[in-house]
Design a protein around this ligand. Structure first.
Ligand code: G3H
Ligand code: 13P
Ligand code: ZN
Length: 318
């Protein structure tokens, strides 16, 4: 119990073909909503923090809240830096007590990504912290023309193997058609599962047994939350996410960390919009933020039970 690395979580998830949810946190109510859901489902969890969320929450408050979450819930929680852009932010998070960091060198050319990732791995491992890196670039919103452009930045399987060998990185985020945000596909949702299979197989054949693969941009853009936002004055049009059956398929194929931020944002916003519209005379923040916390909890419970399948994963970590 407490703050732990993702090592054992990923081993168990890979063996049993489920995934661990990596949920982005931005404030206390989001943390509590996620943790209350995980507690109810007896699920291990990764709380992840983007650089802008790190600045927004401020390091002292962030660490205090996450430690309180671990103590109060008795759950195994990994605290992860999401999309660290340079060595310095990774080092800062390692020094603060994060249990894993992501160095996202995907915007650099290949050799620079290797060198930067290696530098972070060396520092993090020396401090007992594990590292995620990214190879290939996540696509933006796709139309017929842009799909081709996006294709050019899908993760190359041979490069993935070379990258893992040379950097010693503990997990790898790959690009197979997902993207960040609420507008992932213009037409039909499509992921390159053949590529995922090839990457997993190449790693397995080279001796990296059950190598942890990470899927970013994995929100389903929950239609219930989008409809609620729009019903109460929102303007979220043509939003589309990753269908849940695709996420389940990915978790059965070596993906053991599934990143979700957009769905949490939508749940929180839907709750607040609904509350404000129905109770225009109320102005106690605990009313609408409390409703937001409830909706985040319901969303995360649904993800654990119906999408990632991590219910009772705490038992696998004993
Ligand atoms: O992967 C990116 C996350 O959705 C975080 O976004 O930088 O706005 O916190 P943010
Ligand atoms: P979504 O925008 O699909 O929630 O993805 C979040 C993510 O990948 C954070 O790293
Ligand atoms: Zn991401």
């Amino acid at each position: 119990m407490g703050l732990v690395t993702t090592k054992k979580m990923f081993e168990a998830a890979n063996n049993k073909h489920y995934a661990i949810g990596a949920f982005n946190i931005n404030n206390m109510e989001i943390i509590q909503g996620i943790i209350d859901a995980c507690k109810k489902e007896n699920s291990a969890v990764i709380l992840q923090v983007s650089k802008s969320a790190f600045k927004y929450m401020r390091p002292g408050y962030l660490m205090g809240m996450v430690k309180a979450a671990a103590e109060e819930s008795g759950l195994d929680i990994a605290l992860h830096l999401d999309h660290g852009e340079d060595f310095e932010i990774c080092k800062e998070c390692v020094d603060l007590g994060f249990t894993s960091v992501m160095i996202d060198g995907s915007h650099h050319d290949y050799e620079d990504n290797v060198a930067l990732t290696k530098q972070v791995v060396e520092y993090a491992h020396a401090h007992g912290v594990v590292v995620e890196a990214e190879l290939g670039k996540l696509a933006g919103v796709e139309d017929e023309v842009k799909v081709d452009a996006a294709n050019a930045t899908y993760t190359d399987p041979d490069q993935a193997l070379d990258f893992v060998k040379r950097t010693g990185v503990d997990s790898l985020a790959i690009a197979i058609g997902t993207s960040h945000g609420a507008y992932k596909f213009k037409g039909e949702a499509k992921l390159d599962f053949d590529r995922l299979e090839t990457i997993s197989k190449k790693l397995e054949d080279a001796g990296f047994h059950n190598y942890p693969i990470v899927l970013h941009g994995a929100s389903s853009v929950d239609p219930g939350s989008v409809d609620l936002c729009n019903k109460y004055g929102g303007q979220i049009n043509n939003a589309k996410g990753i269908p849940t059956d695709m996420l389940r398929k990915a978790s059965s194929m070596g993906v053991c960390k599934i990143n979700m931020d957009t769905d949490i944002r939508l749940a929180m916003t839907a709750a607040i919009r609904e509350f404000m519209a129905n109770k225009p005379a109320e102005f106690d923040p605990r009313g609408y933020l409390g409703k937001g916390r409830e909706y985040v909890q319901a969303l995360v419970e649904g993800k654990i039970k119906n999408v990632i399948g991590s219910s009772n994963s705490m038992d696998d970590l004993k």
